[in-house]
Design a protein around this ligand. Structure first.
Ligand code: NAD
Ligand code: DAU
Length: 351
């Protein structure tokens, strides 16, 4: 069946992998990538597919109601996969309002426009909201986040994502908007903006710069290769049940310091540096305020009900990711100039 899907945030890290998967796997679908191209949006992520006949890019801000409405009408959008967001926790601590605007108001704007556009018959449409495991707050040493874990967000970013999840659910109940939500763990892979742990540290190791580990490096994250997240979005978009939430995770927990040490040793090998060289770059800096100790996803539901599981081991995924950055130095240079440099100075100058 043919569909016309608006994918918001398609020029970002995860969005670009979702756009690529849908454009190449479903030539019968029309994919409209709607992105404001903030500092995190980069059309270079999509050069390989930009000429495909079923791919269209529309530069637009999800807060701009008339423009978004016009895009819905122009293409008669049948579905939305919503990824556009401010996504970096540290930026949310420096400027929370940006997160309120895009993540909450932007999502509600999209919900309103989708609801109006589909109001004659909601049947057959889907509003897919891509969210995060951070809405559940933090875990102690034991336990996993399930779909019924109470929301308990600790950062302005996770609070804004939690609010957006609630609005999506509320539009489902109040206006019968057909929706599905996924809450995913930490992604890594090619095209990841080098302000997040893994790409920042790869970039700093390449350039022999300090590796700023927050606190003692004891915080734990559950890492998933970005292409496996895109595969999960494909499965849930097509087979997930209406009004359901699915947790997506890598069954792959790492303490930050252990992960950083593994990255250092892999990169020493790949860069032909003597073992132990990059570890000397590790620098302990002031902890992130409200730093969640541990995230870990129980992905049993998506596995049992929809048959999804990660396809890439962490060793494979991390090695592929590092190779991608080593081979794409021009991409790195482009994204590490300008605005990103200003942010880097503000974030790390007083740590
Ligand atoms: P990203 O920051 O790399 O990309 C965000 C994209 O959204 C960019 O292309 C940006 O230009 C666009 N955008 C931002 N504000 C916009 C606006 N107002 N209007 C239109 N476009 C706008 O983010 P990401 O890491 O790819 O995350 C994508 C989504 O997945 C987010 O909703 C995030 O909360 C969620 N998520 C991310 C992770 C992760 O580990 N990165 C894990 C779970 C969930
Ligand atoms: O869990 C999903 C979330 O994962 C997504 O919703 C977010 O969009 C995404 O940014 C990510 O959030 P985190 O805060 O977990 O990711 P980040 O890469 O910023 O940090 C990972 C861990 O590394 C965290 O414990 C903080 C630590 N860290 C991070 C940076 C940038 C450092 O020690 N030093 C750093 O310089």
């Amino acid at each position: 069946m043919s569909k016309t899907i608006i994918i918001t945030g398609g020029a970002g890290f995860i969005g670009s992998h979702v756009v690529r998967l849908f454009v190449t796997k479903y030539p019968e679908y029309k994919i409209i990538n709607v992105d404001a191209l903030t500092y995190a949006g980069n059309l270079e992520n999509l050069v390989d597919i930009e000429g495909q006949p079923n791919y269209i890019f529309e530069k637009a801000n999800i807060l701009d109601a008339p423009t978004i409405k016009a895009i819905f009408e122009k293409y008669n959008a049948s579905d939305v996969i919503h990824l556009a967001a401010e996504s970096h926790v540290d930026r949310s601590i420096l400027s929370p309002m940006d997160f309120i605007y895009t993540n909450i108001a932007g999502t509600v704007n999209l919900l309103n426009i989708a609801k109006e556009h589909w109001k004659k018959d909601m049947e057959g449409h889907r509003f897919y909201h891509v969210s995060t495991d951070e809405v559940y707050g933090t875990l102690g040493a034991e336990g996993l986040f399930t779909e019924t874990t109470p929301y308990s967000p600790n950062s302005p970013y996770s609070a804004s994502k939690a609010a957006s999840d609630h609005f999506v659910r509320a539009y489902g109940e109040t206006y019968h908007l057909p929706f599905v939500i996924t809450n995913c763990s930490n992604n890594y892979g090619p095209n990841h903006f080098p302000e997040k742990l893994i790409p920042l540290f790869i970039n700093n190791i390449i350039n022999n710069k300090p590796l700023p580990v927050y606190g003692k490096g004891e915080n734990t994250r559950d890492w998933l290769f970005v292409i496996d997240h895109a595969r999960a979005i494909d499965v849930v978009f097509h087979h997930g049940k209406d009004k359901e939430t699915y947790n997506v995770g890598g069954f792959n927990e790492w303490k930050n310091l252990d992960l950083v040490k593994m990255m250092c040793s892999l990169m020493d090998e790949k860069l032909g540096r003597p073992p132990g060289t990059s570890e000397q770059l590790i620098t302990y800096v002031k902890d992130r305020p409200g730093h969640d100790l541990r995230y870990a996803i129980d992905a049993t539901k998506i596995n049992k009900e929809l048959g999804w599981e990660p396809s890439v081991t962490f060793e494979e995924g991390l090695s592929k990711t590092i190779d991608w950055y080593l081979q794409n130095t021009e991409w790195l240079q482009h994204v590490t100039s300008g605005d990103y440099q200003k942010y880097y100075q503000t974030q790390y100058s007083n740590r």
